[in-house]
Design a protein around this ligand. Structure first.
Ligand SMILES: Nc1ncnc2c1ncn2[C@@H]1O[C@H](COP(=O)(O)OP(=O)(O)OP(=O)(O)O)[C@@H](O)[C@H]1O
Ligand SMILES: [Mg+2]
Length: 260
């Protein structure tokens, strides 16, 4: 499960996003260091999901830049950004119904499939070898997320917390450099939260993948994050270590002033 290459730095510079009259992001900047957990927090409507939508190419920035290493990501289609190694999970579950855990994880391997459907259809040996390698990797990742015993079960039949882990696993199956997690522990029991936090820490420490984490659970943020960016009304109001931002008066004010 060890990565061969270190992930590149992800730099967000002066990103502005507007929706018909509303400025959802207003000159947001932050840098995600390779192999770190970088949390993006803020009250409801602060622009956290919009930030993810820009990073993954779902949403176009009116201005500003997002770079992965030397590569400019702004303006690229979502599948191009995914192919460059930026994977995401969604705030709400987005698992295909009826598919088994193994099939769902295999969906994440598709962008890596070289032999293609033609070779697979013709049953060429290269395609068979590749399919075996993909199945092996799916098994490794299932072990990594603690679901190797559930590979043949329909993902939608699993408890909610495990379904969220399947989604995380599917993102890992794309072999990303950067993983965007939108509220990974939302709606989970305390036990599921602990387990998911341990998996996320493992993704950083064991796989060396950079993680951008949007999460309302401050306990999880403070325990996992190496750095935190705080947004309020689309603006970056603080940046620093968890301890630094926790004691920042502007952050305290943003949270106290907002209905949670
Ligand atoms: N597609 C859209 N069209 C119009 N306005 C939008 C759209 N997406 C988001 N917004 C608005 O942009 C602002 C930022 O929304 P965003 O979803 O990024 O917030 P958030 O920080 O993720 O909030 P939450 O914590 O509730 O998930 C909000 O005012 C929201 O209503
Ligand atoms: Mg959101």
């Amino acid at each position: 499960m060890v990565r061969v290459t270190a992930p590149a730095q992800l730099t967000v510079r002066d990103v502005t996003v507007r929706f018909a009259g509303l400025t959802a992001l207003d000159g947001v900047s932050f840098t995600v260091e390779p192999g770190s957990v970088h949390a993006v927090i803020g009250p409801n409507g602060a622009g956290k999901s919009t930030t993810f939508n820009v990073l993954s190419g779902v949403c176009r920035a009116a201005s500003g830049s997002v770079r992965l290493g030397g590569t400019e990501l702004t303006g690229l289609a979502p599948h191009r950004i995914a192919a460059l190694g930026v994977a995401r999970t969604f705030q709400n579950l987005a698992l295909p119904p009826y598919a088994t855990v193994a099939d769902t994880l295999m969906l994440g391997r598709h962008r890596l499939t070289r032999a293609g459907f033609l070779a697979a259809g013709l049953r060429l040996p290269s395609a068979a070898r590749e399919a075996r390698a993909h199945r092996e990797r799916v098994r490794e990742i299932a072990e990594f997320i603690g679901l190797e015993g559930e590979l043949d079960r329909p993902a939608s039949a699993l408890p909610y917390g495990q379904q969220k882990l399947v989604e995380l696993g599917r993102a890992l199956c794309t072999e990303p450099q950067v993983l965007l997690l939108d509220e990974p522990v939302a709606g989970m029991t305390a036990d599921e939260r602990r387990r998911t936090a341990a998996v996320v820490a493992g993704v950083r420490d064991g796989l060396g993948i950079s993680i951008v984490l949007v999460e309302h659970d401050m306990g999880v943020v403070m325990r996992l994050a190496d750095a935190v960016t705080v947004l309020d009304f689309g603006r970056g109001i603080a940046d620093g270590s968890p301890a630094e931002v926790q004691n920042d008066p502007a952050v305290v004010q943003a949270y106290l002033g907002a209905p949670q």
